[in-house]
Design a protein around this ligand. Structure first.
Ligand code: ADP
Ligand code: MG
Length: 339
């Protein structure tokens, strides 16, 4: 016998997948927040201890899970969000890979409490090393509370690779802000070591931006709106006199997902080109809605890269629309740079 190939046990496969999905505490935060949104939550609370290294807990008032689903949710490729390959071309949810919880459960200790609306009692589950170590009935509000403790406890190399608490917290706040900016009608709060960091009440987009970036932002925003067959574009750019020396507050969202795209970023910057000095960058919050079958989100597990069918057309529309919006707001191209 010289057959040597074996299928890897699930917990090993999950640990390998986790390497791609979970780079740092912020990756867990993103996955859990997105699950809460997919569950229809209107109120989402994020609790952190030790920059997420000791605890990341997300509590939502979404639809919750049945006992069976609660167990299944930690299996690999277990998802309630797609059923067929065709569904991949018409995604309506943030998740679809059914990998996040299985991956996280392979590299952290998990505690889940969840209850469906019409149930009187919910389900309490603990998982260690991808195995359920406790399951009991529990009294808990409708929705889901998921705690991720001791991230990378079984992968010392990854744990040691984590950056300072300050840096890891920054990454978490970036993810939190991105999600909060896509969903202004959902209330979010964030607590770090029992201190309140954010309390964002349900509101509209302008108010959400101001709540995150500060009161001064309000007068700086220029609305952007355009509706074509290819894309619906909405959001805000900042007035040229308020550009920044460093990049940072630049956000593209496509079909309610934060994405990074240097080509489209260039489209916005180029709309400002005659209005600002080199080395300055506009802030922007731009929301693109495109037909789901004209983009591919399934390029990378973290889903921050997207392939567009018609990138060139989008570039042209974004550039023209931003230019037009700036023009409408009567921005003089001659600026007083001493302000
Ligand atoms: P995906 O989001 O890609 O489906 P996940 O591993 O993130 O995969 O989650 C697996 C499943 O667990 C989801 O499809 C969903 O049915 C369920 N689930 C996860 N989190 C929640 C939550 N907060 N509320 C309700 N259901 C959830
Ligand atoms: Mg998910």
């Amino acid at each position: 016998m010289s057959d040597i190939i074996q299928l890897l046990p699930d917990h090993v496969a999950n640990q390998i997948a986790a390497g791609e999905v979970v780079q740092r505490p912020a990756s867990v935060v993103k996955e859990l927040l997105e699950n809460s949104i997919d569950a229809g939550a209107t109120n989402i609370k994020l609790l952190l201890k030790d920059a997420g290294k000791a605890l990341i807990q997300v509590i939502d008032n979404g639809k919750g899970m049945s006992e069976t689903d609660a167990r299944l949710s930690f299996e690999r490729h277990a998802t309630s969000k797609i059923r067929t390959a065709e569904d991949l071309f018409n995604l309506q949810t943030k998740g679809f890979r059914g990998e996040a919880l299985a991956s996280i459960a392979a590299i952290a200790h998990i505690e889940l409490k969840t209850k469906l609306d019409l149930q009187e009692l919910g389900t309490h589950i603990k998982i260690e090393g991808s195995e359920i170590t406790l399951q009991e009935v529990v009294s808990t509000p409708t929705g889901t509370s998921l705690s991720v403790k001791n991230l990378f406890y079984n992968i010392p190399a990854r744990r040691n690779f984590l950056k300072s608490n300050q840096v890891e917290t920054r990454h978490i706040i970036d993810e939190f802000q991105r999600v909060a900016l896509v969903h202004p009608t959902i209330s979010f709060s964030l607590y770090h070591n029992d201190n309140e960091v954010y309390r964002l009440n349900a509101s509209n987009l302008r108010q959400r931006i101001v709540a995150i970036l500060g009161k001064k932002t309000n007068e700086r925003l220029v609305p952007v709106n355009e509706d074509t067959d290819v894309v619906q574009l909405t959001g805000f750019v900042t007035k040229p006199e308020f550009v920044k020396k460093k990049r940072g507050e630049q956000f593209f969202f496509v079909n309610d997902r934060f994405i990074k795209n240097s080509y489209l970023n260039h489209a916005v910057n180029s709309a400002f080109e005659d209005l600002i000095l080199p080395g300055n960058y506009p802030s922007y919050f731009l929301y693109l809605t495109v037909p789901p079958n004209t983009i591919d989100i399934n390029i990378h597990p973290t889903k921050t890269e997207v392939k567009f069918d018609n990138e060139k057309v989008l570039y042209a529309i974004i550039r023209a629309t931003v230019k037009h919006s700036l023009g409408q707001y009567n921005v003089s191209p001659v600026l007083d740079f001493n302000r």
